[in-house]
Design a protein around this ligand. Structure first.
Ligand code: AMP
Length: 418
């Protein structure tokens, strides 16, 4: 019978990789604790309408990439393709804004998008991210950016570029849309079909193009900053000055925009020099009009989402240490078996990572297993050791060997502070 294989664009995270995920997750939780962000978990699927309203009908995500279906009762449902809409839905539904004027939330979650799979681009992938609701002030923009950088620093990721821009208020964006269209009109026939469509319904997204001939056309495009209101300018300058104070360097990127109407002011992206074409690790920005769009009370908000597969790719193989047993107990013969399992259990209760052989293999094979698994100490117990009431304790890193009374082993191992 043929075996069943996983679906294209999905990945199994096997034990030789899962420790790297755990290290990344630990770094995320630790940064979030330090910045006082609280975890929120939302369901894997939602009503399709949430994403068409909250992400936008004309985005690639909603128009082409969602895994949607109609269930037996006729409800239109979708596996979540991004998290901001779900978190905002939950924020509104549970009236979190009524309970506290500021809500600093974070998530680690799986997402589903039917994209063309390639390195760094999958159909089920993972993001961590934050959504901070309640403040329109530049302090929270600066904190959110610092928090993203803190996670990357925590996990030991260098070679990062923080790209920063402001897309201003709604007024600014509608002024800019006109400026942009005036600029692009003479080039309309040279634009790709996609960009021509965007020209009609969302011209700002043309700035996201990757097509070289369009990048050339856009070389002299006016900047959105030309359309900032006085308040937009003050807000952005304050964000920059706070980042300077925190010694976080950034690159001003005048063409970094977001197409959706609820986005406002600060936008940022973090890219890595160690990735190829898919170099974006994290995208974020302010969305002061999102909660309102989803039927909540007008509430300022800002957030980011970072791709975990990409972060691990950027980190390379060697930057995270494996979690290995500290002690491996080697037993030989029937009589040793009870002593070995009792000692293993006692060491584990003392928070020592301990393993033993469950295949009744030879001493040589057990020693090989201890070395292969990366254990630091091997304890050897056979008939002779039982008779003497002493076990052989070997430091597998230094090769040093000792004889220790079996009833003193737990104390002895504890005293080594492995
Ligand atoms: P987005 O939600 O599209 O703004 O993406 C935020 C981050 O998620 C990106 O910067 C990537 O790191 C990551 N990402 C987006 N799409 C994918 C995908 N299909 N596969 C893996 N990572 C992705």
């Amino acid at each position: 019978m043929t075996s069943i294989r996983s679906i294209k664009g999905t990945q199994d995270i096997l034990p030789d990789q899962s420790y790297r995920w755990q290290a990344l997750e630990a770094a995320i939780h630790s940064s979030m604790e330090h910045y006082n962000y609280k975890e929120i978990r939302t369901p894997a699927f939602e009503r399709t309408e949430l994403f068409s309203r909250g992400v936008g009908e004309e985005t690639d995500i909603v128009s082409k990439e969602m895994y949607s279906w109609t269930d037996q009762s006729g409800e239109n449902l979708t596996l979540k393709p991004e998290l901001t809409a779900s978190v905002a839905r939950s924020f509104i539904q549970h009236n979190l804004g009524g309970q506290s004027p500021i809500n600093k939330l974070y998530y680690i979650d799986a997402l589903f998008r039917r994209e063309r799979p390639q390195k760094g681009r999958y159909r089920q992938f993972h993001q961590f991210g934050i959504e901070a609701f309640g403040s329109e002030h530049p302090e929270i923009d600066a904190e959110v950016i610092a928090l993203a950088m803190s996670v990357f620093n925590n996990i030991g990721l260098g070679g990062l570029t923080l790209k920063l821009n402001s897309i201003g208020s709604s007024q600014c964006r509608s002024d800019y849309r006109n400026t942009l269209c005036d600029f692009l009109k003479p080039h309309f026939n040279n634009l790709s079909e996609t960009s021509q469509k965007r020209f009609e319904n969302n011209p700002l997204r043309i700035l996201d193009t990757k097509a070289p001939h369009e990048i050339e056309i856009l070389k002299n495009v006016p900047n959105i900053s030309d359309c900032w209101t006085a308040e937009d300018k003050i807000h952005f300058e304050e964000v920059c000055s706070l980042l300077d104070t925190m010694e976080i360097s950034y690159e001003l990127t005048p063409h970094l925009v977001r197409g959706l109407d609820y986005y406002t002011r600060t936008t940022f992206e973090i890219t890595s020099t160690s990735l190829g074409a898919q170099d974006a690790l994290c995208g974020g920005g302010r969305y002061d009009r999102l909660v309102e769009t989803l039927g909540g009370k007008p509430t300022a908000g800002i957030g980011f989402a970072a791709g975990m597969e990409r972060i691990l790719l950027a980190l390379g193989e060697n930057n995270i240490s494996k979690i290995t047993p500290q002690v491996y107990i080697i037993g030989l013969g029937d009589a040793a078996r009870t002593t070995v399992i009792k000692l293993t259990e006692d060491l584990r209760k003392n928070n020592i990572r301990t393993d033993f052989d469950v295949l009744r293999r030879s001493v040589k094979a057990q020693m090989r297993d201890a070395n292969k698994g990366g254990a630091q100490i091997a304890i050897i117990i056979g008939d002779h050791e039982l008779e003497q009431e002493k076990a052989g304790v070997k430091n597998l890193y230094s090769g040093e060997q000792d004889q220790i009374a079996i009833n003193k082993l737990v104390n002895h191992i504890n005293s080594l502070h492995l």
